[in-house]
Design a protein around this ligand. Structure first.
Ligand SMILES: *Cc1c(COP(=O)(O)O)cnc(C)c1O
Length: 501
């Protein structure tokens, strides 16, 4: 029995987690203003790539959990200043590292609305509108890329998980549903992917019980594309030896240089053997929307499954990945369990219980920020934003190329790779790699721009990837000057010539 006192308290319950609606409104307005100020200030900031752990932990305070709570306004303003002062802003117009896009502002607001409504997109009945919007988002993405609809699919945390789920669907399709009971036990399986494939594939075969030895890394050509002849050869050998092919994984836009595998040719090989074709389009898939896109990029429509990242080339704030499959039944075959403590599947048209289609149970409303972006821009707007990135990358590559001391190596999609090599440089290739590394270190230190690296044939290259709605022409045209200046400073200091580790 609760005491009377406790009963009285609970009548007008005050949760330590609560805020009155008025307080929520007031703090929300302050926060929106602060984030607007932050967004406005980012272009004039240095890219703080060099934040060291000591500085960060000093600001954060390595303390135990607070015993007593604090005023929400104080806590929020502390978070705003910690994040404003110690973040690497991928929305900075000169941020071109990895494949990490700037957040579309409407997506930021979408996350607020998603949290305020807080639908659980695991079950349709817990999130009728949100789950329907997720279903619609998946179809819209497919339509944008020219993938046949209606299709199946769902939103997940990112490219890794989208690809991993795709491989699970392929596994069940290849060896049958009983693999979910028996495991792959003793069966020899193979997954084919080029040697330029992103590291998700190792996690996928590991998690699915196939093991990393099941990966057949197919060699690539000079353009970093999978060699279809080598693939055909490897499949033939495996099949002759009683190995079961699970999937051929092609990449549409490799992480390093944006290469697109020859999907049309590879599709023919898959057809011949009845092998699942999976496209890792985490980066490049949305660019299939462009009328002028590489025919092999557009050929992703042939695949059984496509993974892509709305948090890359659809500019959604993190996290948003997406897996699309031709036949939604394949996802149910791979993931569905219906325990007795869940509701019956009504089988009604227009309903999807997303918990059955992937590994998550409770699910947030990731789709909203993607849906909003697609609706704000429309098909034409999506094409234009991507085309702007690609054209700015061309302008950047041209500007780099025009500099006699800069060598440009590859330019594909929105990635350009290059290095600075002064006239008369006498060192060997290893020295050049050290020099390139030293220039990149200087760039992180200076915060003038942010690029990451690529390694091609043992050569270290700087790599700029524009997936950034805030980048403008002047930003890309400033890069050669920044590189040359940093390069000269490094040469003068002699740092580069110190023995490497
Ligand atoms: C980014 C990327 C991934 C991984 O996606 P995450 O969203 O980081 O999990 C996988 N493959 C390719 C080709 C990528 O570009």
């Amino acid at each position: 029995m609760l005491s009377d006192e406790r009963r009285d308290e609970l009548k007008e319950r005050q949760s330590p987690h609560g805020l009155s609606v008025d307080e929520y409104r007031r703090l929300g307005h302050i926060l929106v203003d602060q984030t607007a100020d932050l967004l406005a200030s980012i272009p004039d900031q240095k890219l703080k790539g060099s934040c060291d752990p000591e500085t960060v932990w000093e600001a954060l305070g390595d303390t135990a959990i607070p015993e007593q709570g604090e005023d929400a306004e104080v806590v929020l303003s502390e978070a705003v200043s910690l994040m404003s002062e110690h973040s690497l802003f991928n929305g900075h117009p000169k941020f071109w590292g990895y494949i990490t896009s700037s957040p579309a502002p409407i997506g930021i607001l979408g996350d607020l609305l998603a949290s305020a409504t807080n639908p659980n997109c695991g079950g349709w009945m817990l999130s009728p509108m949100a789950s329907s919007m997720e279903m619609q988002t998946v179809q819209w993405i497919a339509e944008l890329m020219g993938y046949p609809t209606p299709c199946g699919g769902l939103l997940v945390s990112g490219g890794n998980v989208a690809n991993i789920l795709g491989l699970f669907a392929a596994r069940v399709s290849a060896v049958g549903k009983e693999v979910r009971e028996t495991g792959v036990a003793g069966r020899q399986c193979a997954v084919y992917a080029s040697s330029a494939t992103h590291t998700w594939i190792q996690k996928a075969v590991d998690l699915s019980g196939l093991g990393t030895e099941s990966i057949r890394y197919i060699p690539i050509d000079d353009e970093e594309r999978m060699r279809a002849d080598a693939l055909a050869e490897q499949i033939k050998t495996d099949v002759e030896n009683g190995v079961t092919p699970i999937a051929v994984v092609v990449t549409s836009g490799t992480v390093s240089t944006g290469a697109v595998d020859p999907i049309r040719e590879i599709y023919a090989i898959c057809r011949e053997h009845g092998i699942w074709l999976h496209v890792d389009g985490a980066y490049g898939a949305p660019a299939a929307a462009l009328p002028e896109a590489d025919p092999d990029l557009k050929a992703l429509r042939l695949a059984d499954s496509v993974a892509l990242d709305p948090h890359k080339w659809l500019y959604s704030p993190l996290e948003a990945g997406c897996l699309i499959v031709k036949d939604k039944q394949t996802l149910l075959d791979a993931f569905s369990y219906r325990p007795p403590y869940y509701w019956e599947d009504s089988g009604e048209e227009g309903k999807t219980d997303f918990f059955e289609f992937g590994i998550q149970n409770s699910r947030g409303f990731r789709a909203l920020k993607v849906w909003l972006g697609l609706k704000q821009a429309g098909r034409e707007g999506c094409i234009e934003s991507i085309r702007q990135d690609i054209d700015l990358t061309k302008a950047m590559a041209d500007a780099l190329d025009a500099e006699p001391e800069i060598e440009v190596f590859s330019r594909r999609l929105s990635i350009v790779t290059f290095r600075w090599k002064p006239a008369g440089f006498a060192g060997c290739e290893e020295d050049m790699n050290r020099l390139t590394q030293a220039i990149m270190d200087e760039m992180f230190e200076s915060g003038d721009a942010y690029v990451s690296h690529a390694v091609q044939n043992g050569m270290l290259q700087m790599r700029a990837c524009i997936v950034n709605i805030n980048t403008k022409l002047a930003d890309v045209e400033a890069l050669p000057g920044i590189v040359c200046q940093l390069g000269q400073a490094v040469m003068d200091s002699g740092v580069w010539s110190e023995p490497g580790e």
